[in-house]
Structure formats: structure tokens, C-alpha cells
Design a protein around this ligand. Structure first.
Ligand SMILES: [Zn+2]
Ligand SMILES: [Zn+2]
Length: 766
């Protein structure tokens, strides 16, 4: 007989029809199946819903009117976290179904559906944890159908509890009841658990002595933080190091022990309201902070309430809200901002394993807070910065990675990125994604992390890569790996940046003007490029239509660490052998700088470059007292930070009529130097320098008519420069700014993948 699970009387069976729907997009791990089951029940429809390797499959059986109503209501009935790309509908045979089920699917065949990303704790879960009458009161690993770990706990797809590491935690009777009750918000929530049945939290001290479980462990952590100690905490994607962000000694101790002398540290605060004590948040920044992706957002610091050691010399501060109830309880009970940084030594991968943590952090942290929810794949925290009102990914990691790429993905290819800020991108034959940040591949341990991720990606996405894309730099380790592994296409560094921008803006069928400005990229002539204007065609053929006037790097690599060397070269080139240059770097021993000055004067040859990154380094060294770089991009960040937006004026930049066009910076540095000698404030000099380059970029872009102008490369993480370009270009040029694909080398693999796929398609591989 016709019967519905909610016991209501069915309609006449004569009008019964059946349909099958396939939803594609981000449809797993966001509570979509429970929402669909509820909608079906409310319309008295029978059938089932399944997570499959293709997406989400729904079978509906009932009166056609109700089925139509189901389809109409679907968009509003779905949880906010999911993103539907397409809904395919086809008729099916009614089979006298009388109930609606959430079913499982077999997992054979290619993986077409996106793997869900990790999601920061939702407000409802936080309310439950805070509520003394709730059964999850103070349970630090509370999750639900809408929030919790996904990418970090999924062993294989589709998204089902027994394919995650939560499989090791059988549900207690109460959790089981929630899991099976259609009206419960944890109906089919795969990661749920509670104090009785779920993963546990506990703390140990540096000697391995037990310091309490659950709420007790958190108390121990708080008292440790209050005493100015460093603690290590196992988060969603690995360990983090924490200390009191108002305590100068604690912050400097953390910097010393982690080997991170100056690079800014992010702070964890309880909520967006508290964040506003330390940072000025726009509505959009606040929304991003509170979003399920839970990234670190770089916001304008208020300059008060934090240790000076948090973001020395910079006006932005990285802010993050709690990722889990554990973080929330810590932040709330501590009652102040907490430094929260990746649990690693600088240059090493984030630590994920508890034993490793005790070994590595024994000398760093006074207390280690563990949990026993296994982490399948480590992931760092994401970083986002708003530029011209839009979110730009600085580091694509937890909550944002893997990022689906709108590419035709029918051929399996793996792209390896470059050498710094490496991330891989891959297509498995059905979908293309950009994977999470891995890091700089200087250390053996980071190279191991890279290899493990490449292996894991192929296993999870069910493919075997035989074709690889990499950078053209012959000395990059990733390029050497690719060549060993299979058929390889080498993509010029800046072409890959532009291609990533074309993917971002879905401009793959257009000719664009790519402005690729960064620190280092191997050019087709064997020199280091980095101030490039490339006209890129849909087949990814390109012309280098303009670039910065080449200059030299006195001392090679040393010139990157000591930007005054570049500054000296540029000034001598711009001014000739001017005596005033001698006085430029009073903080350095005169003998040291004089040797370099003499070598340049004598015409000694050094590596050539057109790097915009080095140009920024040099301008910073001329303007600020910088003798050594502590981290990549530091001089440019300091220069951007001191610039006074209200200061007028700019410098001359000569733009040649040659082919390729050259942007000659010599007049700019003549003017800058004059400003410097006449005592103009560094903040005005910094502003004029930025404005000059913004104008120069637009001047060149205007010569290429109405081509879309794709800004890419690490230089465009600079908010001031990018926003100046936007202001100056209003209404005149179709500007395409960086977005969800990182403009820095973290996005390189996305561009390499696009180029490789296109070349495979048109048969011009290699
Ligand atoms: Zn939740
Ligand atoms: Zn339970």
C-alpha cells in the first residue's frame, strides 16, 4: 500500500510519477542530503538521495505537482554553504516507493564531485557548547551537518562517515538518535560525536605529564597562556602555536623559538565584535571572517592593544575567529587576543602527529593540547586580504582548498607550481582543482610533504597522472621531478600567472594583456623576469610586449637578502657616480657598501633582471632603514604600510616607443633621490613611488586598446598599488584583479594546468 514515512494519507496513486535529479557542484559535506530529505517529506514525496562520485543524486516519486514544487523550492531549501552548478532532470519509472531515504552509493568510477572543504564551527554549535543545559556543553569538538572538518578527515569519497577518520568513533545512543532523526539538525551529520562517543581533548606538559581532559585541559592552557608561556594546540589541519598577543616577552620568545624573526603573526579572537578592538573591519571583511571558510583576514590594525611584536612595521593585522569550539572556549575564557600561528619551525611543514608534536614542541611549548581525531591530510590556515573591496586569497588552504577550477578537465594532468609557496593543481579527467598551500621547497621535509600530497591527490581523486606541467626554470626541484615522472610541459612563469588570472575571470577564449609583476620568474631568454606585460592569446601563445628596464643584482642571491645592493645599482645607473649615494646606508659599515659600489662602478656584471619585486625592495631600501630582509616581500610590505595616501605628487617614468616597450625607472629614482636628499617624508616618497608605478602600468595598458588587463603576480597583493590602478583606470579599461586564485606563486599551478590542458587539446603539447 502507498504509505509515507510521516504517516500522512497519500494522494491518489493514479497521478504518481517519478524523476531523477543529479545536482553537481559543492553538494557534499554541507548538510544537503538532510535538507533534501526534509523538503521531500514536507511535500510527501518518496524516493531517495545519495552522495555519489558525480555529485548528489535524487530520486523522487509522487504527484507531479509536488515534484514541480520540490524543484522550485530546492534553491531556497538548501543550506547556505552549498553551491549548485547544475541540475539535470530526467523522468523515471515509478516503483511504488513509499518512503524517502538517505542512501549510500557504491564508490566506483571517477570522482566528479568536489571534495568538501573544512568548515569553521557554526553559531548553533557554539551556542550548544555554551549552554549548560545542552548535552554538548563544553564539548570542544562539537560539529554538525553544516560545520566541522571535511577535507582533513576524508579518507575517500563520497562523503560518508565510514570513509572518514570519524569511523573510529562509534556513535552513542544519543548521537545515533540525532543522526537518524529527520527533524534533528544532526540528521546524517557525518562528523558528529559527543563527550561520550566522540574524539577527546587532553593536555600534556613539556615532560609528557598529563594535565587534564576536555574543559580541564582548556583551563590548563589558559593558565599557561596567562603566565606568558607558549602552548601548542592540535587544530583542524595540524598543530598551532599560541601565546598571549599582548605580552611582548611571550611574543618575542615565540618568534625566537619558531625561527620567525619578523614575519607578521595572526591573532585569534573570540568573535568579530572583539576583533574590532584591534582592527577596523569593513562589512565585507567581517563577513569573510565569519564565513564557513574561517580564514585569517588581513585587516587594518587599530594600532592598539597588541604587542608591538605582532606585525612590526605593518599597518595590517591578521585576524582569525575560532575554527572549532576548542578555539572558541580558549579565546573566550582567555579574554584577550591570542597569537595563533602554524605549528612548525619556519620552512618546515605543519606538525600533525601527536608524537611528533611532543618531540618537536617539547622545547618550545610549556603545554600541548592534543585531540585524537586523526588528520588524514595536514593543512595550514588560509589568508585573505581585501583589495578594492574584493577578497584576494594570499594563501589558499583550510576552508578554501581544494578550489574548483572552471577548466575542461577531461585529460588527467598534474601541475607542480614553482619553487616558493608551492601548491599543485590537477585534473582527474572529470574535474580540475587547485590544491592547498604546501610551502617553499627548500627543505627535505617540505619536499616530502609535496610528494605525499601528489600521491594523496591521485588516490583521493582516483586517477593516475602521466602528464605533468611545471615551471620553465631548469633548476626548480619541481621541474626536475616532473621530468622524471612523465610527459612534461614547461610553462613560462609569468605566462602561468596570466593564465591563472584568465581562469579566475573565465577569459580562456580571449586575448588579454597580462601584467605579471612579481619577484622572480625564469624568462625565455634565461634572465630573471618579473616586471612583464604579456599579450596572451587563447592558445596561450604570448608576446612580451613590455617590461621594466633591466637591471642587475649585485651579488646575485645576496641582493635579494640585502636590498640596498639593488638600490645602489639603480641609483648609480640613474645618477651616475654621485657622491651622495655614499651616504645612503648609514646603518651599514662603509667599507662593506663601498666594495659593492666600486664593483658596480667598474662595470662588473651581475645577474640581470626585470623584477618588479626587486624594484620595490630597492625603493624601500632607499626610503626606509632596511639592511636585511627577514621574509619574502617584507620591504614592499613596509613601504606600502608607511605610504601616506593623502600625499600628492608622483615621479617621472619614461616609457619607450620601442618593441618591446620599456618602462625606464631612471627618472623615477632621480626624482625619488632628490626627495630623499631634500628631507621629504618617507611616507610621501612611498606614496609617490606607488602612484608612479600605477600610472606607468596604465600608460602601457592604454596602448593595447580594449584588451582585458589581467593583474597578476605577487606584487598585486599590494593593496595600495592595486587600488591606485583601479582608481586611475575607472571607466577606461577592463581591469581584472586577483581573486580566489592566489596572485602569488600559490596560484601558479592553476595557470600551468590551464596551459597544459589547452596544449593537449590542440595537439601542441610541449
Ligand atoms: Zn555546527
Ligand atoms: Zn555521542
Amino acid at each position: 500500500m502507498w504509505r509515507l514515512s510521516n504517516g500522512e494519507i497519500p494522494l491518489s496513486p493514479s497521478t504518481i510519477v517519478a524523476v531523477e535529479l543529479l545536482l553537481t557542484g559543492q553538494v557534499q559535506g554541507r548538510g544537503v542530503r538532510p535538507a533534501i530529505a526534509r523538503l521531500a517529506a514536507s511535500l510527501r514525496l518518496a524516493g531517495d538521495v545519495r552522495n555519489t562520485l558525480k555529485g548528489l543524486s535524487i530520486t523522487l516519486e509522487g504527484v507531479s505537482e509536488a515534484i514541480n514544487r520540490f524543484c522550485e523550492s530546492l534553491p531556497t531549501a538548501l543550506p547556505s554553504g552549498c553551491q549548485i552548478i547544475d541540475i539535470q532532470r530526467q523522468d523515471a519509472e515509478p516503483q511504488d516507493r513509499d518512503q524517502f531515504h538517505i542512501r549510500r552509493d557504491d564508490n566506483t568510477g571517477p570522482l566528479t564531485t568536489p571534495v568538501p572543504v573544512d568548515t569553521g564551527v557554526c553559531p548553533q554549535c557554539l551556542d550548544e557548547v555554551a549552554d549548560s543545559h545542552d548535552r554538548r556543553h563544553l564539548y570542544p569538538l562539537t560539529t554538525c551537518a553544516a560545520c566541522g572538518p571535511r577535507w582533513t578527515v576524508i579518507r575517500e569519497m563520497p562523503y560518508e562517515r565510514d570513509y572518514t577518520t570519524l569511523d573510529a568513533f562509534p556513535l552513542c545512543a544519543d548521537c545515533r538518535k540525532e543522526y537518524t532523526s529527520p527533524d534533528d539538525r544532526r540528521f546524517h551529520a557525518q562528523t558528529i560525536g559527543c563527550e561520550k562517543c566522540g574524539p577527546r581533548v587532553w593536555a600534556v606538559d613539556a615532560k609528557g605529564q598529563h594535565k587534564g581532559r576536555g574543559a580541564e585541559a582548556i583551563q590548563a592552557a589558559i593558565s599557561s597562556l596567562r603566565q606568558g608561556h607558549i602552548i601548542a594546540l592540535r587544530g583542524v589541519g595540524g598543530y598551532q602555536l599560541l601565546c598571549d598577543a599582548t605580552n611582548d616577552t611571550a611574543v618575542s620568545e615565540l618568534r625566537k623559538k619558531k625561527g620567525r624573526p619578523a614575519k607578521p603573526l595572526a591573532i585569534l579572537v573570540e568573535n568579530a565584535l572583539v576583533a574590532q578592538d584591534f582592527a577596523e573591519l569593513s562589512a565585507k571583511e567581517r563577513k569573510e571572517l565569519e564565513s564557513p571558510a574561517n580564514p585569517i583576514v588581513l585587516c587594518r590594525s587599530r594600532g592598539t592593544g597588541l604587542s608591538d611584536g605582532i606585525h612590526p612595521g605593518l599597518t595590517d593585522v591578521g585576524v582569525m575567529l575560532p575554527s572549532t569550539p576548542l578555539h572558541a572556549m580558549l579565546a573566550q575564557q582567555f579574554g584577550g587576543p591570542i597569537v595563533c600561528t602554524s605549528g612548525n619551525l619556519e620552512g618546515e611543514p605543519i606538525v600533525v602527529d601527536p608524537k611528533d608534536a611532543e618531540q618537536k614542541f617539547g622545547a618550545i611549548a610549556e603545554l600541548i593540547v592534543h585531540h585524537d581525531r586523526p588528520i588524514v591530510r595536514s593543512i595550514d590556515d588560509s589568508v585573505v586580504r581585501f583589495i578594492a573591496g574584493c577578497p584576494v586569497t594570499i594563501r589558499l588552504a583550510r576552508g578554501l582548498a581544494p578550489l574548483s577550477l572552471p577548466l575542461d578537465a577531461n585529460i588527467p594532468v598534474m601541475a607542480f607550481g614553482g619553487h616558493q609557496k608551492v601548491a599543485c593543481a590537477w585534473s582527474n579527467g572529470t574535474q580540475a582543482v587547485l590544491g592547498p598551500h604546501i610551502g617553499d621547497l627548500e627543505t627535505v621535509s617540505n619536499r616530502e610533504r609535496f610528494l605525499a600530497q601528489v600521491e594523496d591527490a591521485q588516490q583521493l581523486y582516483r586517477f593516475q597522472a602521466e602528464r605533468f606541467a611545471c615551471d620553465q626554470h631548469p633548476e626548480y626541484w619541481t621541474a626536475q621531478q616532473a621530468a622524471e615522472w612523465g610527459d612534461t610541459v614547461r610553462v613560462q612563469h609569468h605566462l602561468a600567472h596570466v593564465a591563472a588570472g584568465m581562469v579566475e575571470h573565465q577569459l580562456l577564449d580571449h586575448t588579454v594583456l597580462g601584467v605579471a609583476w612579481d619577484g622572480t620568474g625564469y624568462g625565455t631568454d634565461g634572465t630573471i623576469w618579473g616586471g612583464e606585460f604579456l599579450r596572451v592569446h587563447p592558445n596561450f601563445e604570448f608576446d612580451r610586449v613590455a617590461h621594466l628596464r633591466p637591471f642587475q643584482l649585485p651579488g646575485g642571491e645576496a641582493a635579494i637578502r640585502e636590498p640596498w645592493r639593488v638600490a645602489m645599482f639603480l641609483l648609480i645607473d640613474a645618477l651616475g657616480p654621485d657622491e651622495s649615494i655614499k651616504t645612503m646606508f648609514p646603518m651599514l659599515p662603509l667599507g662593506y657598501t663601498e666594495t659593492v659600489r666600486r664593483l658596480i662602478g667598474e662595470g662588473q656584471q651581475f645577474p640581470k633582471t626585470t623584477s618588479a619585486g626587486r624594484l620595490f625592495d630597492a625603493a624601500a631600501a632607499m626610503t626606509l632603514p632596511i639592511d636585511r630582509i627577514e621574509y619574502d616581500g617584507q620591504p614592499a610590505m613596509l613601504l606600502e604600510a608607511i605610504a601616506d595616501r593623502s600625499a600628492g605628487g608622483s615621479y617621472r617614468l619614461a616609457i619607450s616607443d620601442s618593441r618591446p616597450i620599456q618602462l625606464d625607472w631612471r627618472p623615477m629614482f632621480q626624482d625619488l633621490w632628490k626627495d630623499r636628499l631634500s628631507g621629504t617624508s618617507p611616507s610621501a616618497i612611498a606614496m609617490r613611488f606607488h602612484r608612479t608605478l600605477a600610472r606607468g602600468i596604465l600608460d602601457v595598458a592604454n596602448r593595447f586598446g580594449s584588451l582585458p588587463v589581467v593583474l597578476c603576480g605577487g606584487v598585486f597583493q599590494n593593496r595600495l598599488l592595486t587600488e591606485l590602478i583601479v582608481e586611475l583606470a575607472i571607466g577606461t579599461l577592463p581591469l581584472k584583479l586577483p581573486g580566489r586564485i592566489p596572485p602569488n606563486d600559490g596560484g601558479l599551478a592553476a595557470g600551468q594546468l590551464a596551459v597544459a590542458i589547452r596544449r593537449l587539446k590542440v595537439g601542441s603539447w610541449k
